[in-house]
Design a protein. Structure first.
Ligand code: SAM
Length: 234
């Protein structure tokens, strides 16, 4: 019997994996609330962080879990035309971002629509190969360890050697990991439930498994206490 490709589904992993979104319901700025609000603050924060890390307009930059482009609108403005790559699980969020954020800013002309993809299983298009750097802001906080492994592994195939990838986590110590932990702004994180928390050893393990190394875990002023993991592709 012919071998069949099995899609890797992420059923019920987090609120986004079973949300039946509808573009019409994303009017009136609901697309901003869907990705967690703090629209201007967290959008600007992630952009300023990447610029502090040397993000250049000539870089090809991937925004994994771009959502409705809370950060994307800053990145698209900064980068050369067609150098922004946005990936998410939810097509409606990307479309709402284009319609309600990118178009009013007059930035649609800088977007290559083939570089905005919604798919399961971190199925990044192979033609995206050659990306210089990227970010996943508030993605790993919603993912299990195995899904993070899949994300990093598939990302490795489209990013350049030595490329840096920046991803936020709720960072806890080994002694904190097994019990719920409180963070800023009333957030509680868990070992086995979204929002998830992780240790440095978890990140080192995932990186080693998938062809990356962890350069650092940094505080970067996130208002809910997320930390930034700096990965470098081997
Ligand atoms: C808290 S929002 C953050 C969005 C964006 N990074 C930002 O800063 O506004 C989380 C995003 O992760 C996306 N997401 C969740 N699971 C995903 C998966 N398995 N693959 C791709 N995106 C996913 C959601 O659809 C949502 O857009």
């Amino acid at each position: 019997m012919a071998a069949r490709m099995k899609a890797q589904r992420l059923t019920m992993e987090n609120q986004y994996t079973h949300k039946d979104l509808d573009i019409d319901k994303l009017k009136d700025s609901n697309h901003r609330a869907f990705v967690g609000g703090m629209w201007d603050e967290i959008g600007q924060l992630q952009f300023d962080y990447m610029v502090s890390k040397g993000l250049s307009p000539s870089d090809r930059f991937i925004d994994v879990a771009c959502g409705s482009m809370r950060g994307g609108r800053f990145f698209i403005r900064h980068l050369e035309a067609q150098h922004y790559y946005g990936f998410d699980l939810v097509r409606d969020l990307i479309d709402a971002g284009l319609k309600h954020e990118i178009e009013p800013l007059g930035l649609l002309g800088k977007v290559n629509f083939d570089n905005l993809v919604a798919a399961e299983g971190f199925a990044f298009p192979p033609q995206w190969r050659g990306i210089d750097s990227g970010i996943a802001l508030s993605l790993f906080t919603h993912l299990t360890l195995n899904s993070i492994a899949l994300c990093l592994s598939n990302l490795g195939a489209v990013m350049k050697d030595k490329a840096k990838f920046y991803a936020t986590i709720f960072h806890v110590t080994e002694s904190q990991q097994m019990t719920p932990q409180d963070h800023l702004d009333g957030i509680t994180t868990f070992l086995c439930q979204d929002p998830y928390h992780y240790t440095r050893a978890d990140m080192d393990y995932l990186a080693a498994k998938t062809g990356w190394r962890v350069e650092a875990i940094e505080e970067f002023g996130h208002p809910r206490g997320q930390s930034m993991v700096v990965f470098q592709k081997l």
